[in-house]
Design a protein around this ligand. Sequence first.
Ligand code: HAM
Length: 421
Amino acid sequence: MSLLSQWVKIMIKKIKGTNDIVEDAYIWEWVENKFKNVAKRFGFSEIRTPIFEATELFDRGVGKETDIVQKEMYTFEDKGGRTITLRPEGTAPVMRAFIEHGMTSKGLPQKFFYVGPMFRYERPQAGRLRQFHQYGIELIGSPLPIADVYTILVAIESLKAVGLENFKLKINSTGCEKCRPKYREALREYYKPLLPKLCDDCQTRYEKNVLRLLDCKRDAEYAKSAPNILDYLCDDCKTHFGELKRLLDSLGIEYEVDPSIVRGLDYYTRTVFEIKYPSLGAQDAIIGGGRYDNLVEELGGAPTPSVGFAGGMERIILALKNEKKIPPFRGVDLYIVAVGDEQRAEVLKMAEKLSSELKVDVDLMGRKIKSQFKNASKEMARYTLIVGEDEVKTGLYTLKNMSDGTQTKLPIDEIVKTVKS
Ligand code: HAM
């Protein structure tokens, strides 16, 4: 230890672009449970992949020329000299696991959901973090538009399950390897005379990833008159997109076709979609997804057309706060109050017994009765239970409803029933 650090303990702070989830933790738990339930209701099961992977997975999967791989990955060498990357997204890892475990043999489609942290070195701002969290699903193995619609349906049902309303679904088709080269050519032609006016990023993208020029926020003006990808789709892609729209219509799902949606990851083919929440401002995409028919093959597996989406938990929670849809915080069901120190052991016994049925809490700071009650209401306990000498003798305990102040004397079984009701 240096001399200075022996004298001055410098406060260590969280890393820029990360968050401590403390007071909002109950909101996160609530949203995650809702989302997981929706995914399960539609036949998806959970998958948990590692938080770090071989860097090559994302180079190959997400695409070497994407912003994510070029600028945003947390990549480091581990002590064994391997190049490791903190996962910037969940699709490539799920597909890696799918191939590695030979899951095709279990029959197709395979349907997975996940919730967890992702890492991207982006400029932090409201709704954009360096460690953020995604909820996502991957439907592996079906080439049919019905799989795309099923995926979109799960996305929408997830948002509805938490009560969100003012979101907008935007869809597009990015074609396939047959029709996309012609479209790329047309885009290059269109942007060529505009090149000197484009931002630095777009100048580089022009050569390497011309489709991304369409969703540049700075050069959005030029994108408006750019050739429309939908005019360049081959017959198969046209039919696929037509069927997707027909199925969405038959479900009454509202959408807007937006040819500027191209997505920032290279693996997409045909359907791409985003769910926007306009009042979030610049970071208004709360869900993004689409079809990725070549990814499994790209990663060394057999051709396995697939589709999925991921939603940003932070942005969805911001949207919920915007709509005032957050349920109020609920403290424990029962705060057990000791009348005098001699009752502390009895209070612990009661806590042990009741905690199998209810959420309980007790005073651990040696507080007097009055301040135990104060503490119970600060912690938003719904009920308090008073344990004094009389109560222990008679087996009848005073239960106080903290919202209306009413008190009743009850035996232990009745306490559970009353609090639960
Ligand atoms: P993505 O569009 O890159 O897609 O991310 C999905 C969602 O994650 C975004 O719509 C946004 O809500 C959230 N998100 C992305 N970056 C950040 C950030 N820096 N801070 C906060 N939230 C962020 C994917 O990741 C694909 N893997 C989705 C997918 C799954 N496609 C097919 N299957």
